[in-house]
Ligand binder design. Structure first.
Ligand SMILES: [Zn+2]
Length: 533
């Protein structure tokens, strides 16, 4: 820990995000206490240890306002079924069988980040296939977007699911023509019936997963994240890491929606915690996923007459928003499609009429498909948009097929949102999207898909604006703009060193920039030379 120690940091280029340039700053403990030139600071703090980063480019640490650290800490311990590793059914089954072979019979075998579109020829594996591969173990294969998964027969039994199970509204089980369960579980059936049936691993094992996760983030220059769905087991993990002083990533937690009662009972609200680990709000869902083609739309999908799925009934959504709002907490609701966003805005407007809270700063997680009317309503409510940063680059080429070109062009509408005066954060939704901030910057600036097609030229933003999403924008979205996102007096000394200045590299070369070092609270947490500190 750095308590009581003064330090001076200097680099040729310090991108402060304040509008004024400096070449050095001094810190005391975790906090920046002065900025300016190195000579002046040396004179003021003669005892300070000086770190000279030469011609590296220093920026505030990246802040990814919506991703899933507590869930990923566990997924890193499970079978990695990422499309980068698994290219066929045979590879998927081999990976599951290999894990089953070294897992005692009867214990769960879990695969994560399964992408049927990229790994199993666009058809979802079935319960029967999983039964053949792993007859002795309950198996759960979690889809990469985390809105559905597949169980084998032992898994269905272990989760207490059969043809007659009563499901929460917004949850579903896949059935074949005879009505038999296929093993697929959707949304709230997965969150509320399957996940809790999986026993919690020991804390030391889970901390190992969290350490791996933190190192991945720091290697990408990320110093703060929003954990956008914290269940009780995730809260226990993050609290334990914090208690052991092992939380090098700052985490703003969005507690899972069933916690609304507990928060009310205990009198807890947004802001509880400290600069390492704090309660940022409560998370709920109105609809499904962009890339899964399940978000809730006003006009039907391009290739079907469906409008997508509503994950939380309108009455329940209104009740949730009204209770969180009245309790003084932050509503953080997942809404991708234009109809989902409209339903959420209706609910927030109603809550504001009942209990006016002009500075409530509620969040729309993803806020994918907007139009000028929705944008005006979001701005009028003072709400924050947390759109995907890298989805044009990552998912762009399949979007026109689902949504048609006109709609795909105004998805992740950074330009429209900023022009409407809406505060906008940067987010990856990792593992649903890649967490590489450089890719997000390139995607927002170029609006080019992986094959180089321009998708929505009108929504392009400048490099400065893109950097702001992942620094000042995310800090504001998490209610921490007084401590994060800028290099200025009073801010936490969280910063990243890059080999090139993202403000001046050609757009397409943003992804060629190298992260050299990452610092949190004036402590180095990652360096390219010595990855483990
Ligand atoms: Zn998410």
């Amino acid at each position: 820990m750095t308590a009581g120690k003064a330090r001076i940091f200097t680099a040729e280029t310090v991108h402060t995000m304040t509008g004024s340039e400096v070449t050095a700053f001094a810190t005391f403990g975790e906090t920046i206490v002065a900025t300016g030139g190195v000579d002046g600071l040396r004179a003021r703090f003669p005892e300070a240890e000086v770190h000279d980063f030469g011609n590296s480019v220093l920026l505030p640490g990246f802040n990814d306002a919506h991703q899933h650290p507590s869930i990923m800490a566990e997924q890193l311990l499970e079978v990695d079924c990422s499309p980068e590793l698994i290219g066929s059914r045979a590879e998927l089954f081999a990976a599951l069988a290999e894990r089953a072979a070294r897992t005692p019979a009867g214990q769960w075998v879990i695969g994560s980040r399964y992408d049927h579109a990229k790994s199993t020829g666009a058809t979802v594996v079935t319960r029967a296939e999983l039964d053949r591969i792993c007859p002795q173990h309950p198996v759960f294969l979690r889809q990469i977007g985390m809105h559905w998964g597949v169980l084998n027969s032992a898994g269905l039994r272990a989760a207490g699911l059969d043809e007659n199970t009563e499901l929460p509204e917004g949850g579903e089980l896949g059935r074949d023509a005879q009505g038999r369960l296929t093993g697929t579980v959707y949304e709230r059936a997965m969150f509320e019936l399957v996940e809790p049936a999986i026993p919690e691993r020991g804390i030391d094992e889970r901390l190992r997963g969290l350490h791996r996760y933190q190192e991945m983030m720091h290697a990408a220059g990320i110093t703060s994240v929003g954990d956008a769905l914290v269940w009780p087991r995730g809260l226990r993990l993050l609290q334990e890491a914090h208690a052991r002083e092992e939380l090098t990533l700052r985490v703003n937690m969005l507690l899972a929606y069933p916690g609304v009662d507990a928060m009310a009972t205990l009198g807890m609200r947004t802001g509880l915690g400290d600069s390492r680990l704090r309660v940022g709000g409560i998370k709920a869902f109105v609809d499904g996923a962009v890339a899964g083609g399940t978000c809730l739309l006003e006009e039907p999908y391009q290739d079907s007459c469906g409008h997508g799925i509503q994950a939380m009934p309108t009455g329940e959504l209104r009740d949730f928003v009204s209770r969180v709002h009245a309790a003084g907490s932050t509503v953080c609701v997942h809404a991708n499609g234009d109809r989902a966003i409209r339903l959420l805005l209706d609910a927030v407007e109603a809550a504001q009429r009942e209990h006016p809270r002009p500075l409530a700063r509620h969040r729309i997680e993803h806020c994918t498909l907007v139009d000028p009317d929705l944008s005006a309503r979001i701005a009028a409510l003072g709400m924050v948009a947390v759109p995907f940063g890298s989805y044009v680059a990552f998912h762009g080429e399949k979007l026109s097929g689902y949504y048609g070109n006109a709609r795909a062009e105004r998805m992740f509408a950074h330009r429209m949102l900023l022009d409407a005066g809406i505060p906008v954060a940067g987010s990856s939704d990792f593992p649903c999207g890649p967490y590489d901030v450089r890719l997000a910057l390139r995607s927002c600036v170029t609006r080019e898909t992986a094959d180089g097609t321009l998708l929505g030229a009108d929504q392009r933003i400048s490099k400065e604006e893109a950097i702001a999403l992942y620094t000042t924008g995310s800090a504001y979205a998490c209610g921490e703009e007084d401590r994060k996102g800028r290099i200025a007096e009073g801010m936490l000394a969280d910063f990243v060193l890059l080999d090139r200045d993202p403000r001046i590299v050609p757009d397409r070369e943003l992804t060629d920039i190298t992260v050299e070092q990452t610092w949190v609270g004036a402590e180095r947490v990652w360096s390219r030379e010595h990855p483990s500190r």
